[in-house]
Design a protein. Structure first.
Length: 166
């Protein structure tokens, strides 16, 4: 039997292990890059949220300013009408200005007397039994209702007829 001599040299690592190490390094670098990209995207999104919030607050302030200016104008007219010896003219002017404002904002009153009751735009306060009316017809308006474009801003508070049964 012959014995094989060992030379003291280490066996070379197979080529596969070297490829795996390179692949792991490559994946680690890729993971780091993607993680950095994710963190930047998160930071960008947070900045976006803050910017949107500032813009929304700015729009709200501008809107508030617009309505407060209108309210102040109306207040000044009301004050002048109060101090006037003949306040009726001042009140007419005030009402005219309010109507202009409502028209500009596309706010229209709901006309309802004599109309059929519609629960979408009317709020029935009570019903009255009557002989000379159709059933479910509005006979009195207690509080005016308004539409903002095609949406109900405030429903009309009404009294509805109920035909007397014989």
């Amino acid at each position: 039997m012959t014995a094989k001599k060992t030379t003291g040299k280490k066996k070379k690592e197979p080529k596969k292990n070297i490829n795996f190490k390179k692949e792991i390094e490559k994946l680690n670098i890729e993971l780091k890059e993607k993680n950095d990209k994710l963190l930047r995207n998160i930071a960008d999104f947070q900045n976006y949220q803050k910017r949107i919030e500032k813009e929304q607050n700015s729009r709200e302030q501008e809107l508030k300013k617009k309505y407060i200016e209108e309210l102040l104008s109306l207040y000044e007219l009301l004050k002048k009408a109060y101090e006037d010896k003949h306040p009726k003219d001042g009140l007419k002017l005030l009402i005219k200005n309010i109507e202009k404002f409502l028209e500009k904002e596309q706010i229209k009153p709901i006309n309802c007397i004599g109309e059929k009751f519609d629960h979408c735009i009317h709020h029935a306060i009570t019903t009255l039994e009557k002989n000379d009316c159709e059933d479910n017809t509005i006979i009195e308006e207690v509080k005016k209702g308004y539409m903002l474009k095609d949406k109900v801003l405030r429903p009309s508070h009404v009294i509805v007829s109920k035909k007397i049964k014989k």
